[in-house]
Design a protein around this ligand. Structure first.
Ligand code: S3P
Length: 192
């Protein structure tokens, strides 16, 4: 069976989670592993707006960013199945979360605070982390967002170390979901 055939790829696989959880890094590798295209919602927003996420926050504010993010993600969900890395706030937007719930398989990449701090500390382009102490901001966001990220279809711990380890965890979680859906379909067929 091909790598792609191992998991249900009739739906786009959407990675959600906080900044620094590894959504883009894992997403790119996951897409290659599954033989699917990869899209990064932030990069698509920047392309559509013709400026950086940081500039959109600065010039238009967070609310306008979230509306643009919703439009871009809905457009991407209309495309053929792919792996989509979303920005950390996307799944918090009720309309975006509902669209993902209807049309995709969502995977929360959950990481611990130290790992996210380490990863986000490598670059200084995230507007939310410039508003104060990144440790406090990220831990407040964990408290606010983790209950909502918990609504994702699958939860996978993003680990420090080679990205392939986390990629294989996502593949295993997708396979398990596909197997249990198949089991449910067979049981329904047997009943009919
Ligand atoms: C945000 C996360 C960022 C980007 C924007 C807002 C957030 O994406 O969309 O800065 O609200 O958590 P990453 O999660 O890819 O850093």
């Amino acid at each position: 069976m091909s790598a792609r055939g191992e998991v249900a790829t009739d739906r786009t696989i959407v990675l959600v989670g906080l900044m620094g959880a590894g959504k883009s890094c894992i997403g790119r590798r996951l897409a290659a592993r599954l033989g699917l295209p990869f899209r990064d919602a932030d990069a698509e927003i920047e392309r559509a707006a013709g400026c950086s996420v940081e500039d959109i926050f600065e010039l238009h504010g967070e609310t306008a960013f979230r509306e643009g993010e919703n439009r871009v993600i809905c457009r991407l969900l209309d495309e053929a199945p792919h792996v989509l890395a979303t920005g950390g706030g996307a799944f918090m937007h009720p309309k975006t979360r509902a669209a993902i719930g209807d049309r995709a398989i969502s995977v929360w990449l959950r990481a611990d605070l130290e790992l996210m701090l380490k990863r986000t500390g490598r670059r200084n382009h995230r507007p939310l982390l410039k508003r104060g102490d990144p440790r406090k901001i990220l831990s407040d966001l964990m408290a606010q967002r983790y209950p909502v990220y918990g609504e994702a279809d699958l939860v996978v711990d993003s680990v420090d170390g080679p990205p392939e380890v986390t990629v294989e965890r996502v593949v295993a979680a997708l396979e398990k979901r596909a197997a249990s859906n198949e089991g449910a379909r067979r049981a329904e067929g047997a009943e009919a």
